[in-house]
Design a protein around this ligand. Structure first.
Ligand code: PMP
Length: 377
């Protein structure tokens, strides 16, 4: 028997009580019971987003919510600043290009986090920027961004701040209203412990105002339709009702734990994982690591793809590799969502076994010990 353990930055493990909820018979999505589920999810999402604004529930993956943010806030030719520090920042740029926006790119070296001064420079250089697009945790590198600093800058420049918290929501601290974030997107299959298929978009008051004059074409992702229906505790189109059952249960457990306790748990697990990795002699890839995932730089002499294959085949451990030019160069160990202290120990235990199996000189037990000490202190 091989037990498989999922440590990818989406999808993430789903708690059994959420899985069970999704097995219940399908109900009519316009019925009272379904509306109660929609309302409970929408209310809990406000807490997770840390906003008093409504959160639209879309049936799509996270990229759908990113596209929804773009089409609901902007008009063709609008100038936008896009922070590109990895694959997902680049995705903002690709969506903006697809809709013929005037894109000012801030190219950040992969593994780095954008310096607020770089954003300020572009905002000063271009007086007519309508929106700044950024990413809380750049999942392709594991780097965390200082969204609070960007919020202040965007406000001063009268530009909207649009943030992708697809991977980090419910893991790394994210306070939409307090940090002056105008639009925030996320999805179900990461910190929210639900299978892929649901995405979320919250617009703050300035973004709602912008949406009334945004002229980009839209139909399925028309924010106004989602709000009109959410006012009646429903969605404009048939939602992924089974996923909503699971989300309802997952969010209920998050509400029980409390958002600050959730941040603290991820901070503890993240730190323990990093300490464990350091004890193997390896280092973190990002300069400012998120608590969502730990991205580990591999030595040139080590075949990263073979390491991942062996971890999966021999140890049942599913880590993620690097994307684009980082393929084979980094290993990404996600510890978000349904994860606890012992999951961090398992992750670093498997990492050191995998490294040893590849002939990398690691003292077996050293990573586990370092992580255990980090957890206990
Ligand atoms: N943004 C970030 C930061 C992500 O991590 C991901 C998924 N890994 C996406 C966007 C895209 O989400 P999806 O694959 O659900 O469309």
């Amino acid at each position: 028997m091989k037990k498989s353990r999922l440590y990818t930055p989406g999808p993430t493990p789903v708690p059994p009580q959420a899985t069970l909820a999704m097995a219940q018979p399908i109900d009519y999505h316009r019925g009272e019971a379904a509306s109660a589920v929609v309302r409970r999810c929408a209310d809990a999402l406000k807490t997770v987003f840390q906003t008093s604004s409504e959160v639209a529930i879309l049936t799509s993956s996270g990229t759908g919510a990113m596209e929804a943010a773009v089409v609901n806030l902007l008009s063709a030719g609008d100038k936008v600043v896009v922070v590109e520090s990895g694959k997902f920042g680049e995705r903002w740029g690709e969506i903006a290009d697809a809709y013929a926006l005037d894109v000012v790119r801030i190219a950040v070296e992969w593994g780095e986090s954008v310096g607020p001064a770089a954003v300020e420079r572009e905002l000063n250089r271009h007086a007519d920027v309508r929106a700044v697009f950024a990413t809380l945790c750049e999942t392709s590198t594991g780097a965390l961004h200082d969204i609070r600093a960007l919020g202040e800058l965007a406000r001063c420049a009268d530009a909207l701040l649009v943030v992708d918290a697809v991977s980090a929501l419910g893991a790394d601290e994210m306070r939409m209203d307090e940090w002056a974030v105008d639009a925030l997107v996320s999805c179900s299959q990461k910190g929210l412990m639900t299978p892929p298929g649901l995405a979320f978009l919250a617009l703050g008051p300035r973004a709602v105002e912008a949406s009334s004059s945004a002229a980009l074409p839209k139909f399925y992702f028309d924010y106004g339709k989602y709000m009109a229906n959410l006012a009646k505790d429903t969605t404009p189109y048939t939602p992924a009702i089974s996923l909503l059952y699971g989300l309802d249960v997952a969010l209920d457990s998050m509400m029980g734990e409390g958002i600050d306790a959730i941040y603290a748990r991820h901070a503890r697990i993240g730190r323990a994982t990093r300490e464990g990795v350091k004890a193997t002699g390896l280092s973190m890839f990002p300069r400012v690591p998120a608590n969502t995932l730990t991205s580990v730089r591999l030595p040139d002499t080590l075949d990263g793809k073979a390491l991942l294959r062996d971890l999966r085949a021999t140890h049942g451990m599913v880590f993620a590799g690097g994307q684009a030019h980082l393929a084979g160069r980094i290993v990404r160990i996600a510890h978000l969502g349904w994860m606890d202290d012992y999951d961090a120990l398992v992750a670093v235990a498997a990492l050191e076994r995998g490294l040893a199996g590849m002939g990398y000189p690691v003292a077996i037990g050293s990573a586990v010990q370092a992580a255990q000490v980090a957890l206990a202190t």
